[in-house]
Every structure is written in structure tokens, then in C-alpha cells.
Design a protein around this ligand. Sequence first.
Ligand SMILES: [Fe+2]
Ligand SMILES: [Fe+2]
Length: 292
Amino acid sequence: MDVKEIERLIKISKERPLLPEKYIPWEMEPAPEDIFLPEILTSLQGLEIYDTLTPAQKLELGRHELVQVIASYAWGECLFCLFMTRHILTLPLDNIEHRFLLRELIEEFRHQEMFGEAISKLCGQPIRQSGIHKFLGEFSNKYLPADYLFMGSVSVELVTDIYGNYARRANNVYPVLRKMFDLHNIEEGRHILFTKSFLKSHAAKAGYIKRTLYSYVILFNILFVRTMYVKKEIYERIGLENPDKVFKIATKNFKKKFSETCLKDIIEFVDEWKGFNLLTRWAWRWVLDAKV
Ligand SMILES: [Fe+2]
Ligand SMILES: [Fe+2]
């Protein structure tokens, strides 16, 4: 790990903390022209049915799906904090990894509070994780070794980074949400740098089998994240007929869009340590529609 670089990241985190309570203009209400999620990230955009929705339905779709996205982040971050709290117990207090992770934990707790605030500001009703998500989340949290967990977390961070970038660039996104993504991207940017630096040595030492396993851990983490956002209940809420049918085509549509918009950075990362091979490439193509 590059100690000097991590010291620099710790210093920025201490000297320039971004407090959600100050950084985000919570008092602002959405203007009539504001949206909640860039259209490209919604599950129905790109399908014929999307053009039949009224402006109010499109707005509501974005609001419900945005709530689902940030509620999923908050849940994932809570699991991350649980694991890292146990992990730092194994490291001395003056260890650089321990010191950075303390900063990351502080920031991740603030993020969870911020996402919760944003959900209540939007009167959101997040849908709880499915049984399989809950089981896999908790199981991997308990039993995966640290390097695998870091692999999983960096992949989720790289995907959320892309969501953040879309939201920050769209100037009609409700300012509270734009600033929220802004804050999140800045801090997650540091977490990504740290995790990549931490994993560099692990990936360099890893042989064929381990690289294959790392690649699968990342693939499943991405699949895990992708399947948390598209929900049948949301189509019921916005008054669509036949929500089961809509759910089916939306899932397919979102898989394709997700592959086109969200996978570039993660593919580059996996490629850096040769995570695509005979045993993994087919699965990336099949499960994630990845162009690898
Ligand atoms: Fe975060
Ligand atoms: Fe993070």
C-alpha cells in the first residue's frame, strides 16, 4: 500500500470534512421542473411503454426508483461498516489501514444518515431487500475474508460513482439530491483510491484461481446491486396496468442499460489484474451482458 498517498487521503478527510447537514440545502423544496433521477437511469426509459407515461408518472417513477437506489446504498454501507468494525479490531490503532478505515467509517455513517434524510424529504417508502439479498449480504459479511470483501465493496463503489456522475451532470435534478451525490462522489472517490491501493498487492500476488475467485466476487456483487433497484411494486404505485409484465420487460431493459452505462470502470479495474479468463469471461457476458 502506498503509505504516503493514504496519509494524504486521511489528511483531506480530516481537514475538509463534508458535513451533510451543512453541505446540502435541505431547506430547498423541489421546483416544478425538477426531476429526481436522470431519465437514463430509470428502468423504463428506452422502452415503448415509457413514451406512454404521463409527465407525472415519469416523475413518480424517478422518485420511487431514486429512493430505492439510495436505500440500497445505505443498507450496503451499513453492512460494510459492520464488517470493517470487526476488521479494524485485528489491526493496531496506529496502523495506516486502521487509521484510514476509521475515517471511512465516519464518512459512511454520515452517508447513511444523509440517505435516510433524503428519503424522508422525498416522503419515500423504500421496499425492503428480498430474502435472497438479505441472506447473501449477511452471509458474505460474516464469512468472506477481507480481501474478497474489499473487492466487493470497490465494485459497488465504482457503480455508485457512475450513478453519482449522471446525477451531478444533469442540471434539472432536484438540488438537494445533486448536492447529496456531489458529496458522496467526493468521499467515495477517496475510498476507491484507498481500496484500489490496498488491493493492488493482493491482486499482484494472486494466482489464476484466486484471480478467478476475485472476478466472481465482483460479478456477483454487481449482479446483487443491479437487481435491487427494479421493483414491481413501483409500477403498481405509479398506476401501470399489468405490473408483472412491465417488471419482466423492465428487468431486461435495465440489464442492457446497466451494461452500457455502468460497467466501463469496473471492467477496466478487473482487466488490470487479468480477472478475465476462460473461467470468468463467459459468466461476465452471460450474467452482466458485459462486453469483455
Ligand atoms: Fe458511502
Ligand atoms: Fe465508501
